[in-house]
Design a protein around this ligand. Sequence first.
Ligand code: ARG
Length: 463
Amino acid sequence: MASLWGGRFEKSMDDIVKKFNASIEYDQRLYRNDIEGSIAHVTMLAEQGIVTVSEKDEIIAGLKTILKDIESGKIIFSVEDEDIHMGIESRLIAEIGDVGKKLHTARSRNDQCQVDGRMYLKEEIKEILNRLVLFEYVILEKAENYADKITVGFTHMQHAQPVTIGFHFMAYFQMFRRDIDRLLSAYERMDLCPLGACALAGTTLPTNRHTTAKLLGFTAPTENAMDSVSDRDYCLDFLSAASISMMHLSRWAEEFVWWNSQEFSYIEIDDSYCTGSSIMPQKKNPDMAELLRGKVGRVYGDLIQLLTVMKGTPLAYNKDFQEDKEGLFDAIDTWKASIEIFANMLEKTEFRMDQIEKQLDKGFLNATDVAEHFVKLNIPFREAHEIVGRMVKICEVKGCEFEDLNDDELQAIDERVTKSSLGNISIEACVNARTSFGGTAPSEVRRQIVIGRDWLDSLEINM
Ligand code: ARG
């Protein structure tokens, strides 16, 4: 098949060049957007008197036939098509004859691939946002169920302070909330239509780019034609947001892996989200959590790949830019699947409170609370810290807890403290008293849940 751009060539491409040059293997994913873009383009051409109304009708009917044939599997693209834009245009000409040759008036593949890419990404962002929102609802529900269930809070992977499980969940809720915000703002920036920018400099023909932008659901046309065909930062915006969110997923996934270990035994993940071993009959492995922890690697890779492709490229279009697609598609697929799997895994996981309880009296989780009791006795915090530090030392030697120290031992450390000045330092009392704004007290966690739910309910994803 002769190429659509073959006019000035005497020889056809070498076979390995054809293969190396082609993007059709992966950009055929854009077929629907490409056809939709062409329908809008020819509609505008007719409105502007650049083609006649009957030419437009023939072209649109031809494009619709092609759409049907792609979806029914009648059209199979091959390397001969080079890319989806030429794959569709050449079939249109085969289908309706010479009138099909008018479609590519006042546009270029340089703007065409960009309008397709943006339309596709906008749709996928909506889907990802929907999944993130559902995930956030699952987190809220779990946080409600565990709003007053106490677990160990860590720093440096050492016992630090008691927190509620609901509180820990709500920390992730905030991270995914920011991920949603990032995605919304990336969407807003990419919501401009590059179609009609042509190769790089616009056209002498009397087009109306506002019409096509409107027909395709963009807020406006892009401002500068050269930027329109050179910009890939809308992909990078998405890939950055994806990388950050996948990083969040991987952190939580890591916690699932160790919560699930024999050493912790904090959780029970449903059998349907675990796998067995081909040799060790007793095994139940948290493979989903491990995959979720690992998948971030490919998304970082996708981001770094495109940043590297774009680095140092001069204006305007360069074929390097064709390398914008595979990584983007990979990141979309990976992020989408990861959110869904994580949401389901979270829903199907129960915390083993009996096991967690055994850990709560280890590591002096209430040490800071004791120091804060002393502050209430008007002991400066730095001194209170010192006193509790010395109490810890004695308890460690004696193998006991703060409550087991007697008045003599306490007074020997500091005459201002007695057994009764310790106050109620049970783990529950400590958690319930952490009512500072954003703190872990169940009452405060419930406030965070209400605010979170209000925000989620008010989100309008149908952009
Ligand atoms: N397949 C190309 C891409 O994705 C389309 C644009 C090609 N333009 C060109 N002048 N060769 O980037």
